[in-house]
Structures are given as C-alpha cells and as structure tokens.
Design a protein around this ligand. Sequence first.
Ligand code: ADP
Ligand code: DP6
Length: 323
Amino acid sequence: MKGSGKARAHANIALIKYWGKRDESLVLPMNSSLSLTIDCFYSETEVVFSGDFDRDYFYLNGKLQEKDATERVSKFLDLFRKAKNLDLPARVESINYLPTAAGLASSASGFAALAAAANVASGLNLDKRELSIYARQGSGSATRSIYGGFVEWRKGSSHEDSYAVPIDDASWDVGMVIVVINKREKKVSSRAGMKRTVETSPFYKVWVESAEEDLKEIKIAIKNRDFERMGLIAERNGLKMHASMLGANPPLSYWEPESLVVMQMVHQLRREGIPCYFTMDAGPNVKILCRLSESHKIRDRLIEVFDPNQIIIAKPGPGITIL
Ligand code: ADP
Ligand code: DP6
C-alpha cells in the first residue's frame, strides 16, 4: 500500500501571543491567541507513506534531518497512522520559503503543511477544524496556519475544543513590514522558552490574565475595522509577552540592539501620523503591522538605516492549499 500528499501552508504572526502550555503533550495553551496569516513566508511539504521505506525519513530544504527533528515529525505522523490503522513508514520532504527557527514562524507553516499533506497521504480526510486540532499537536502556532487572514486559536477546555477559527479575511488595507535582523537559528526554542517562563516567571500569571483581556478588545477592534486600536493592543500585548520572559529564571530575551532601533523608528513614524505598530516573537526580527497602502512609505524610511533586502512587505495570506 502507498499513499502520498502534498500541501502548502503560510506562516502567521500573532497579534495576541500564545506563550505557555497547560498540557505539554497535547499542546493545550494557557491562553487563547490571535494572528494574521501572511503571504510572503510559507512551507511546502510532501508526505509519502510506503512499505518500501525501512523507517521515517525527513528532508528539510533538501537535507536529511537528524534524529531529533525526525522524531518530532515521526511522532506527529503517528497521530495519522494511529487514526487510520496505517503501519507504514514515511518519507517527508519539506521546503521552507522562510528562515527556519529564527522567530519567523517556521514551525507554524511547517507543521500546518505537514498536517495537510499527511491528511491526504493517509486518506484520513479530516475537515479543517479537525486538521487544526492535529496541527496543534505538532506546534501550537500551526493551529492557526490552517486558515488565512485573521485567525483566533480558542484555547478550549479540552483536546477536542482547542482549535482555530477564521474571524476576518483581512481584506481591508492591512499589511506587515518585516525587518529581518538576524536569520540565524535561535539558541532557545519557543518551546523551551515558554516552558521556562511558565515555570519560573513571577509575571506569568498576569500575562495570561492580560492576554485574555487583550484578545477580547482586539476582536472588537477587528470587527469595527479600527486599525489604530488593533495596532495599539497588538503592540502592548507583544511587549507584555516579552516582559514575562524577562522575569524568567534565568531571564530570557530574544531582542537585539537593532530590534530596539526598529521599535523607535515605528514610534517616530507614528508621531509623524503613520499608523504602524511593532510586534516580536521568539527571535530578534520585528514585524510592523501597518496599512498595506502605507507599507512602501515605511519601507523607504527603514532602508535609510537597514539594507533593502532586510525588509519584506507582507500581505494577508491564505490558508492551506493542497498541491
Ligand atoms: P520558529 O520561530 O521558526 O517557528 P521554533 O523554535 O518555534 O521556530 O520552531 C522551529 C522548529 O520547527 C524546527 O527546529 C523544526 O523542528 C520545526 N520545523 C520548522 N520547519 C519545519 C517544516 N517545514 N517541517 C517540519 N518541521 C519544521
Ligand atoms: C512567540 O508554536 O513555535 O511565536 O507549540 O512549542 O511548537 P510550540 O511553540 P510555537 O510558539 C510560538 C510562540 C510565538 C507566539 C505565537 O506565535 O503565538
């Protein structure tokens, strides 16, 4: 028996961050989160299940991966094998059209693409909601990459009701300018960073409470298409996540000096009347939420300081595509 499937999934950038798990093996989050799927970064993944293989093989960007990365993928594929009673090894080939493990959401696009491809290859035929539950178990942020536009990941009360819901297609002059400060792989993965924060930061409890409040408010702002309010809430929420990490033991920070340069430039642009707001994830790179129609103006200002190929303009992106 043999089965194959290929899919593309786009990365997403959280405006209300997911940071911390209440269940590590099921990847259930402490708080709900909300993101924007973007068009410029994505992963394409092919899964082949076949008795011709002696074990699972995982190739990323053409390179055969080591034990740890392969085990994470194998464990994820086991969910599909178990559900379909499929006892076949797999070959997984994925290309990341974005830097891997640099805080630019490769685990989101990577595991959403893997979930969608494995869904076809195994013949499990999950619908999008179920697929979002499966993707979640690969990487939390992948839950949201099943859909395009603005997406909410509802933390739920159990494994069955922790999934993503598309809430708005973001087709109202919304964009992002991404400043790539460093493409290197981070030293502390998101997974390890959030675990340390949950376990040791005295600020963690207030982070969770405050994120739930921010989520309520940003949903109203999105519904009303109130761009400024949405941006201000997103900027504040991101900073609070980073504050929770600073309180960890040992303290954790993903910022670099140039990250701060971008933050100050964003505030200067705002003083000049351009509504734009920064957010950062587990890496030094900065994402600037802006009006798509003003993204070139923002880019022009940034290239006074940064190299033009460090600046990427992103439009809202689509959900998963079967290839
Ligand atoms: P990022 O900020 O890029 O999301 P993370 O630390 O959250 O970084 O996750 C990076 C990890 O995600 C990688 O080390 C790898 O295990 C996994 N990953 C990245 N891309 C893919 C892919 N295309 N397919 C499967 N797993 C991937
Ligand atoms: C800062 O989804 O990569 O980007 O569930 O352990 O795989 P795991 O973590 P991951 O963490 C993302 C953290 C974040 C915020 C976000 O995307 O919501």
